[in-house]
Design a protein around this ligand. Structure first.
Ligand SMILES: C[S@@+](CC[C@H](N)C(=O)[O-])C[C@H]1O[C@@H](n2cnc3c(N)ncnc32)[C@H](O)[C@@H]1O
Length: 228
């Protein structure tokens, strides 16, 4: 294992592999409560992606439901799904066999060559990793996703504004103000944050380049990587 993330994420990997074994390739098999909630998250993550052709890297792809969502929305994609769970990738390959532009691999390291790099649900379960280590991992992952993407990256979090009596100590709830501050000060000034869709989570879209390609967006610089 050359990627140190895979060592940190062993507990997360085992958690999701057991969810898949229990529930199969359904939203509950990736810990979502319903198809509708899973699809709403996809909608928030991909609303800047046009009809295409597009290229999308899906980090933490599970059994590949995002590919089906994008195709169902009429978006043409060249797609790579990465997941730390071997059983998830095996299931995704079974469900999406013989599709030339739809590839699944075990891994956690985004690579260049994709316009959009998205991740749904990868920061929620920290499987016993302490909060400080987890937050460093989250920031590092946001950074590598942004560096890898050609146009946009997007990710979601459980919100720290969830009702206290419904929060689980096993899960990671991010403060949207801190995530926004990190993205604006460390990645790009061109950031969108959606905290309105009622799934106890929020989505952040960080733009390196808007459709059309210009670096200047209404007077704001898009995709300027700020100094660390
Ligand atoms: C909540 S599930 C969501 C799956 C899929 N994105 C969906 O919405 O249907 C999160 C998935 O991300 C994987 N995962 C978690 N952290 C990851 C990482 N850093 N890199 C790759 N996969 C990861 C898990 O194994 C799990 O399959």
């Amino acid at each position: 294992m050359t990627d140190p993330r895979l060592t940190l994420l062993q507990g997360v990997r085992d958690y999701y592999s057991s969810k898949l074994a229990e529930h199969g390739p359904h939203p509950s098999g990736v810990d979502w409560s319903s198809v509708e909630r899973q699809r709403e998250r996809f909608r928030q993550l991909t609303c800047n992606i046009g009809e295409g052709p597009n290229s999308v890297l899906d980090l933490g792809c599970g059994y590949g439901a995002l590919w089906d969502y994008l195709v169902g929305e009429g978006k043409v994609v060249r797609y790579l799904g990465l997941d730390i769970s071997g059983p998830m990738i095996a299931q995704a390959r079974t469900l999406h066999a013989d599709l030339p532009d739809c590839v699944f691999e075990v891994g956690s390291q985004p690579r260049p060559g994709y316009e959009h790099v998205v991740a749904s649900g990868i920061f929620n379960v920290r499987a016993g990793v302490d909060r400080a280590t987890w937050e460093a991992h989250v920031q590092d992952t946001m950074r590598v996703m942004f560096e890898a993407c050609e146009k946009t990256c997007a990710f979601n979090f459980l919100t720290s504004y969830s009702d206290a009596d419904r929060m689980s100590p096993a899960l990671y709830y991010a403060d949207p103000r801190k995530v926004l501050d990190f993205c604006i000060t460390r990645l790009s000034l061109d950031v969108e944050l959606s905290h309105h869709y009622g799934a106890w989570d929020f989505t952040v879209r960080v733009l390196k380049q808007r459709s059309g390609g210009g670096a200047e967006v209404d007077g704001h610089l898009s995709g300027r990587i700020l100094p660390a």
